[in-house]
Design a binder for this molecule. Structure first.
Ligand code: ZN
Length: 286
């Protein structure tokens, strides 16, 4: 029908002037003769387009290098948009967590305790003396601190306390070892820390005896690793978390003493968003 009305207007336009009339007359006769063919051609083109539409994406040119290479696949066609998604394959399969593990180089030494209002923080006098080695990188022990109840949960359940051993490498990257504390026999290292802990916010107290940093670790140092963030503002990401499987104990009174002084200081758990929990094997080297 669209074709017909087009021809109507062509015919109407042909009604002016003599010379033009002849020319238009020729055009008209040509077009009139061609009309059925053009109509059939139109139908054919329409069907061709309909039947080939689904395979349109597969006809977009792509290659393994240059402007149509893998880094640009997502821009070559709307049908390729998913190439820019966050869960593409293939990926690099790493076995670092299992093979390299985490090595602890901790020594008992001189430490002090800071009450910063959010937690009690046990800091070594010498920041280069203790370290862990993760994937061949040395992360120096900066401080440990406490959370009650635990921040990480086990199958949805909090335990009474969690200790964070914060380490940093020479490039400013952080690796934090998380250790769960459950109620049980008194903890000697925690007793040493509490004995020097100032009750006033902003104050620091020295631990008199050598602080048993090594003694704070459980015997089995296996666990899981994942990439996360700090758990206090600014909650910066890029933190390598090393969560130990085995718990240590503290007396119920030791745990409640901390909560009475500082209050509950656990951030709620955050969405995992598909992050991988990689098992590792840890060991004390000295
Ligand atoms: Zn913490």
């Amino acid at each position: 029908m669209i074709g017909n009305s087009d021809f109507d207007s062509l015919e109407r336009g042909a009604g002016k002037g003599g010379k033009g009339m002849r020319i238009r007359g020729n055009v008209r006769s040509v077009f009139l003769g061609a009309a059925p063919r053009a109509f059939l051609l139109g139908i054919f083109v329409l069907f061709f387009a309909l039947f080939t539409m689904p395979s349109f994406a597969s006809e977009v040119h792509w290659s393994y290098s240059g402007e149509e290479g893998p880094e640009n696949w997502g821009n070559l066609s709307p049908a390729f948009n998913e190439a820019m998604g966050g869960a593409q394959s293939p990926i690099d399969i790493t076995t670092e967590g299992k093979e390299n593990g985490v090595e602890f180089f901790y020594r008992d030494g001189k430490f002090s305790v800071l009450n910063n209002g959010h937690t009690l923080q046990v800091t070594p006098e010498n920041e280069r003396e203790n370290y862990i080695v993760v994937d061949g990188t040395r992360y120096y022990f900066r401080q440990l601190h406490f959370h009650t109840p635990s921040e990480h949960t086990l199958n949805g359940t909090q335990v009474p306390m969690e200790i964070h051993f914060v380490h940093g490498d020479d490039k400013g990257r952080l690796a934090v070892v998380a250790l769960f504390v459950v109620e049980g026999p008194e903890n000697e290292a925690i007793a040493a820390a509490w004995s020097a802990a100032p009750r006033e916010r902003g104050k620091t107290g020295k631990i008199e005896k050598p602080f048993p940093l090594n003694g704070l670790l459980p015997r089995d140092l296996d666990g899981i690793r994942y990439y996360g963030s700090l758990t206090t503002p600014p909650t910066a990401e890029g933190v390598s978390w090393i969560v130990l499987d085995e718990h240590v104990t503290a007396a119920a009174g030791q745990i409640s003493w901390f909560t009475d002084l500082i209050g509950k200081n656990a951030r709620p758990t955050q969405p995992r968003n598909g992050r991988i929990l990689a098992p590792f094997q840890g060991r004390i080297v000295r």
